[in-house]
Design a protein around this ligand. Structure first.
Ligand code: ADP
Ligand code: MG
Length: 310
């Protein structure tokens, strides 16, 4: 069985392109670009809670990094460095190799260096800390939405939750296991969006956090929400609403922008994808979300995921 240090050297020690010093010392050394602020975020994935014991290690490597990249996207930050704290019951090299392959494939695609971490024996968990850069003062905060702003959503909602609810549907499975973080979109929203958040716990809950921080309300039209195409065939409206409004794990961006930004945002969607849908507006009211159907009737919004009240 390889030692801790052999595991690190074999699977996680890769040349760092963006760092002064990467894996191998007591700490990494990073040099931010002039005028940049550093955005930092961390996410912990625990076996039995976020993934099952038999989960495919390659997609797990992808997802562990993807959820962190999504946080950078939601801040409008450019991801640059990551650390990985990994605990696992033993040195299963097949597992580690596949996990590292999934993680590094995504890291390379987004120009992120793995610059350090920790490797210990224990119940399987994956904790990534990501660092990114954003020009000073330009980060997309949750707190910037103002009455009159439009509410926008990228891509489609509900696919990941549908994959969980109906495991047989192949076309949505990847939405759950290999989400695509909206990094390029986040970067392009700097200077255009007034506030942003990524959908990790469910559209309604995550938009709710943004409203709370911004101190205003929102009116959203259910029919305008972009829904995963599989729902149209299924004709199960209850399931669809639950997945679209309260389903987590989509990693799309929900953001607000002044009405003057409409044509710039439409052009942005045409140029870079994903699709951008304008789904409602911010109101001068208590920080609550109201969702209405085509007839203007209010739709009850279920709660999204919460680790401590589930
Ligand atoms: P220390 O004892 O100072 O914590 P370690 O022996 O744990 O150092 O780690 C040696 C080096 O390998 C450090 O640079 C650390 O950041 C890095 N490292 C450890 N585990 C990982 C990992 N899973 N991924 C990337 N780098 C790692
Ligand atoms: Mg250590």
């Amino acid at each position: 069985m390889p030692s801790e240090f052999e595991i690190i050297r074999r699977y996680f020690d890769r040349p760092a392109r963006n760092a002064v010093l990467g894996v191998g010392d007591d700490a990494a050394l990073l040099q931010p670009r002039a005028g940049a602020e550093i955005a930092v975020s961390t996410d912990l994935l625990l076996e039995g809670r976020h993934f099952s014991a038999g989960a495919d290690p390659r997609t797990l490597g992808h997802k562990a990094l993807a959820v962190n990249l999504s946080d950078m996207a939601a801040m409008g930050a450019t991801p640059r460095w990551a650390t990985l704290a990994l605990s696992m019951p033993g040195a299963d090299e097949e597992w580690i190799e596949a996990f590292a392959a999934g993680l590094f494939a995504l890291a390379e695609r987004f120009g992120v260096d793995l610059v350090g971490g920790d490797t210990v024996r224990g119940a399987r968990s994956i904790c990534i800390c990501i660092l990114g850069e954003v020009p000073a003062g330009q980060a997309l905060r949750r707190s910037g939405a103002r009455p009159g702003d439009d509410v926008w959503v990228s891509g489609e909602l509900g696919g990941a939750a549908l994959a969980l609810a109906r495991p047989g549907i192949a076309e949505v499975q990847r939405r759950l296991t290999e989400p695509e973080p909206r990094v390029a979109l986040g970067e392009r929203l700097r200077g255009r969006a007034s506030a942003a958040i990524d959908v990790s716990d469910g559209f309604a809950q995550d938009l709710g956090h943004l409203l709370e921080r911004s101190g205003c309300g929102a009116l959203v039209h259910y029919d305008l929400l972009p829904k995963c195409a599989a729902f149209a065939r299924m004709a199960l409206p209850e399931l669809e609403r639950r997945c679209v409004l309260a389903g987590g794990d989509d990693y799309e961006l929900v953001f607000t922008a002044p009405q003057e930004a409409r044509s710039a945002l439409a052009a942005l969607a045409r140029e870079t994808g994903p699709a951008l849908s304008r789904v409602g507006c911010i109101r001068d009211s208590a920080p609550a979300l109201t969702v209405v159907d085509a007839q203007g009737r209010e739709i009850a919004v279920g709660r999204g995921y919460d680790h401590f009240s589930a």
